[in-house]
Design a protein around this ligand. Structure first.
Ligand code: IMP
Length: 429
């Protein structure tokens, strides 16, 4: 296996690190881009030629004609959302239907998943998780539970699937009616709609594990695209305020069938500050005017839900934890330009609880809730840096900021993004 030519792009915090831009940037150096986790809860943005493209399910390599895009078995696919996305982007993403493969092993999202999630979040009230309401959690729950799960490959056997959908809807309706006092779903109406989606997607459904193994054997270069971020990982994130999939690089193996040893370079993406959407502890959160200023300067509103994102200082204590988990080779810092003009600039280098410093990132959400950040003050800068293309174009204070991130996280910064466009990037080899 030629591991070093394969790359993983993974978020190091709570998602929204601008991974889409980095994947788009590195895609031309690869033959295949594969998504390994999550679903259309993700929002990946790619900007070029003055246009902005928002992606949720299709891998962010789609705009490069020579690249094959794979949706791996670890992803949960909302068939309607996927078809909408293909239709929206195929005028620019030439030949997309030919270049897109969807794993027959990927599980699917149906109307009962979103309905159940909305009811569950409503009933939880203040204790809600603050999900994207795309049905992601219930779809992964059905996957783990097996009896009511549907995989993409089943669309290739519509007679079997029609009967299965009827059986599942019958069971789900018991819960909707008896537990929640809600109206039942109509199995026939659901099937009438989804049969068409299945027919449209069937030519793209494939054994992507076999495809990827062949690609590896042929020496093709593979880029693994993570969705969400390490702190939202179901096993290693800030549980229970996480997503339902393996959002760290640990998700590659189960999510694609490619063994970890073949992954190669692991590049972790962080914003120059930290954001989080939904509920859950966030030690460096700024609930003041400075937090509002970062939100406005960074346009920090959700790509998927439009929700305002919570903003705070860069948390290098949490990132150091993520770096270790992912066996990081390098860092990409995005949105560095957003920090220009802030009156104050800090990074978090550790946490204390009851005045005592913590040695490790907490495994207990109750401890994380009480953690106070240890903040280090750095020199702010006022210059507009969006035109910088080399490290030396940055003001001294910005270079110092980048250096401090390397020192505190313990990994080299390989890419610095100073604006949304492909061109607004500093690459350090
Ligand atoms: P779910 O993935 O919709 O179940 O939501 C679970 C948690 O993950 C919530 O806090 C969401 O806001 C968060 N989340 C899910 N997807 C993303 C993402 O792509 N970016 C940032 N946060 C996300």
């Amino acid at each position: 296996m030629k591991a070093r030519q394969n790359t993983c792009i993974v978020g190091l915090t709570w998602g929204d690190e601008a991974k889409g831009k980095i994947v788009d940037l590195l895609a031309p150096e690869h033959d295949v881009v594969v998504r390994y986790n999550g679903g259309n809860n993700a929002g990946h943005t790619v900007v070029f030629g003055g246009e902005t493209y928002k992606l949720h399910l299709v891998p962010s390599g789609l705009f490069h004609e020579g690249v094959t895009c794979v949706i791996g078995g670890g992803v949960v696919v909302d068939p309607k959302a996927l078809l909408d996305e293909i239709a929206r982007h195929e005028p620019i993403a030439k030949g997309l239907r030919r270049r897109l493969l969807v794993s027959s092993r990927a599980h699917t999202i149906w109307p009962w998943h979103a309905k159940l999630e909305a009811l569950s979040e409503k009933h939880l009230g203040k204790g809600k998780i603050g999900t994207t309401l795309r049905g992601i959690g219930p779809a992964y729950a059905d996957k783990a539970n097996r009896v009511h799960a549907i995989r993409m490959g089943e669309f290739l056997r519509p007679d079997h699937l029609r009967v299965k959908v009827e059986r599942i809807v019958e069971a789900k309706n018991l819960a909707f009616q008896k537990v929640f006092g809600e109206a039942p779903l109509d199995a026939r109406a659901v099937w009438a709609e989804y049969e068409g989606y299945g027919t449209a997607l069937a030519p793209m459904v494939a054994d992507t594990t076999a495809y990827l193994h062949r690609a590896l054997a042929q020496g093709k270069r593979i880029l693994f695209e993570g969705a969400q971020g390490t702190l939202l990982d179901i096993d290693h994130g800030t549980y229970p305020y996480v997503t339902s999939s393996s959002a760290s690089a640990a998700g590659i193996w189960p999510g694609t069938g490619i063994p970890g040893r073949a992954v190669g370079e692991i590049l972790g993406v962080v914003k120059a500050y930290t954001t989080r959407v939904g509920e859950g502890p966030f030690p460096t959160e700024l609930k003041d005017a400075l937090g509002d200023q970062i939100r406005e300067q960074g346009h920090e509103y959700g790509t998927t839900t439009g929700r305002p994102r919570r903003c705070g200082w860069l948390d290098t204590f949490a990132i150091r934890y993520s770096a270790r988990l992912n066996d990081l080779d390098g860092i990409a810092i995005t949105l560095l330009d957003v920090l220009s003009g802030l009156p104050d600039l800090k990074i978090c280098t550790g946490y204390t609880v009851d005045g005592r410093p913590l040695e490790e990132f907490p495994d207990d959400p109750a401890v994380l809730e009480r953690a106070k950040p240890v903040l280090e003050t750095l020199q702010p800068w006022s210059e507009n840096i969006s035109g910088a293309r080399q490290l030396k174009d940055l003001p001294r204070a910005a270079r110092r900021y980048v250096k401090r991130v390397e020192e505190t996280v313990g990994a080299p910064v390989r890419i610095i993004s100073v604006g949304p466009d492909r061109a607004q990037t500093i690459i350090r080899r």
